[in-house]
Design a binder for this molecule. Structure first.
Ligand SMILES: *Cc1c(COP(=O)(O)O)cnc(C)c1O
Length: 388
């Protein structure tokens, strides 16, 4: 029986029913939170209560939360905001080679503006080593930005250790926590970072809303200017209804985290065991120990990842290749290349990212439809080789 199976939760997640219910309850509250009349004040009260919930989710103060249009804007604001506020002190920024495009492209723009960017390599396991950061820091370094968990491989970075090194040198540390948020507990004090990005639609909240947390006292230049919203750090009337959903999604994530993690571990083990049994030739990319339990990046040597995805899609199964932002273009994933995979190996990989609503039956179905696709593609590539 054909099913529809969604295994692409690192690209986006469905809205949790509790989230759309919370949003539904406020859809008619149209007041502008900046207005002083009752219409505005009512919305303002709810907005600030949502801010408290989002702050609580990461162990921060509400006044340190800047609502943004998502993870991309939060990353842009962190890099441009710090770079422009601290340019008088230095013009050197450190990121890693495996960052999301939102950080990579922000850094690239800053280079065009005269900043210097060092891109740290990762190990074959996908880890950015603290000693590499130590070596890269310079007297003119003003910011380090390294992601907490990678969207393609799920690899978790030693953020507390990395941030401590930057801190001891008086350098600000930003982390893109978009993928780890909702999957592992986050506490900004324990991490010891100065800025942190999150996005609602990766944790069963609505699209188009996120937040940048900025430690109290850290100077930041706005990238959007206009009114004095978000304490003069992000102009524009707040996306109120989505923010209400975002806050509910954060509360829910905390309540669900342990149950979700147990489920991911069980499903992921089942999936790997099934692959071992039914598809001999495959490899899991990135560390198996330091990894988000919902994410499996799998290489099939000699095969084309895009062809596997199309084959799976025809059977109703949704998985990704590389990161969603680059699919369509058949370029190898910059993350897998940074891990040391050859272009061919990188092109032969798919990403399975599990979610809250996935079931054992979903995994069974995947394990039933994948092997024939792999066999078909193997036969095809053999024919091509023989024809040569
Ligand atoms: C999805 C994602 C982003 C971008 O977030 P949007 O809300 O889609 O703009 C940034 N970083 C990482 C690691 C992501 O996975």
């Amino acid at each position: 029986m054909k099913r529809r199976v969604y295994f692409d939760h690192n690209a986006t997640t469905p809205l949790a029913p509790e989230v759309w219910q919370a949003m539904g309850e406020v859809v008619s509250n149209f007041g502008n939170p900046s207005s002083i009349h009752a219409f505005g004040r009512e919305v303002k009260v709810a907005l600030e209560s949502a801010r408290e919930k989002v702050a609580h989710f990461i162990g921060a103060r509400p006044s340190e939360i800047i609502f943004t249009s998502g993870g991309t804007e939060a990353d842009n604001l962190a890099l441009f905001g710090v770079a422009h506020a601290f340019a008088h002190r230095g013009r050197h920024i450190i990121i890693s080679q495996i960052e999301h495009h939102a950080v990579l492209e922000s850094a690239h723009q800053l280079e065009k503006q005269g900043f210097e960017v060092t891109r740290l390599a990762s190990t074959r396991e996908g880890i950015v080593l603290p000693e590499e950061l130590m070596k890269a820091l310079r007297p003119d370094t003003i910011l380090v930005s390294i992601m907490a968990a990678n969207n393609e491989t799920g690899t978790i970075q030693p953020i507390a250790e990395l941030a401590k090194i930057a801190r001891e040198r008086g350098v600000l540390f930003h982390t893109d926590a978009v993928q780890i948020a909702g999957k592992r507990p986050i506490n900004v004090a324990e991490l010891g970072v100065d800025l942190l990005s999150i996005s609602a639609h990766k944790l069963y909240g609505p699209k188009g809303v996120g937040a940048l947390w900025v430690r109290r006292g850290v100077k930041l230049n706005p990238i959007l200017v206009g009114g004095g919203h978000e304490q003069n750090r992000r102009a524009g009337t707040e996306n109120f209804i989505s923010i209400i959903g975002f806050a509910r999604a954060c509360e829910l994530a905390v309540a669900r985290m342990e149950t979700d993690e147990k489920k991911f571990l069980a499903l992921s083990e089942k999936l790997q065991a099934g692959l071992k049994e039914k598809v001999e030739d495959f490899r899991i990319n990135g560390s198996l120990e330091r990894r988000l339990p919902n994410t499996l990046n799998i290489s099939f040597p000699g095969l084309d990842g895009e062809a596997i995805i199309v084959g799976l899609d025809m059977e109703g199964v949704a998985v990704a290749s590389g990161s969603a932002c680059t699919s369509g273009a058949t370029e190898p994933s910059h993350v897998l290349v940074a891990l040391g995979l050859s272009e061919r190996e990188a092109l032969g990989s798919i990403r399975v990212s599990l979610g809250r609503d996935n079931t054992e039956e979903d995994v069974d179905y995947f394990l039933a439809v994948l092997p024939p696709i792999v066999e078909r593609l193997k036969a095809l590539s053999k024919e091509v080789v023989e024809a040569k």
